[in-house]
Ligand binder design. Structure first.
Ligand SMILES: [Zn+2]
Length: 137
């Protein structure tokens, strides 16, 4: 499915706006993310750190889990906004892969720059749900 320019803009805006709500008192690295669900709805997420460090969760996973919680079964695109245009961590790439073989990932920074990459580029030769299905047959 193709993501329209309007959807991309709304997704990036949601990611950059939600970044303001990031809870990152330890790293100071604030991240906002947004997911476009199969229904067309947009789900924001922020990174939420914890004094015990381990329970910390990334913005991308918060957004994806929010979409799934709302009943979405498909993730069509993800946008991420950081100060320096950083890309998603390995754990978030794998969580995206659970719900899509490939999807557009829009990387934004706080200066207003953005570029498009893809899950397939970020996580080549990936392991996904199909691999488990094949082993059970
Ligand atoms: Zn992550």
């Amino acid at each position: 499915m193709i993501v329209t320019a309007g959807q991309r803009q709304a997704l990036q805006q949601a990611a950059c706006q939600s970044r303001q709500n990031a809870y990152a008192p330890y790293s100071g690295f604030c991240v906002g993310a947004a997911v476009l669900g199969g229904s067309g709805a947009i789900y924001p997420g922020v990174n939420i750190e914890n004094a015990a460090y381990g329970p910390t969760i990334c913005a991308e996973r918060v957004a994806i889990f929010s979409a799934i919680t709302a009943g979405e079964s498909q993730i069509l695109a993800v946008a991420v906004c950081t100060e320096n245009g950083a890309t998603p961590c390995g754990s978030c790439r794998q969580v995206m892969r659970e719900f899509a073989r490939d999807l557009p990932v829009f990387i934004c920074d706080t200066a207003g720059n953005s570029h498009e990459t893809s899950l397939a580029a970020l996580l080549p030769d990936s392991f996904g749900p199909e691999d488990l299905k094949e082993s059970r047959q």
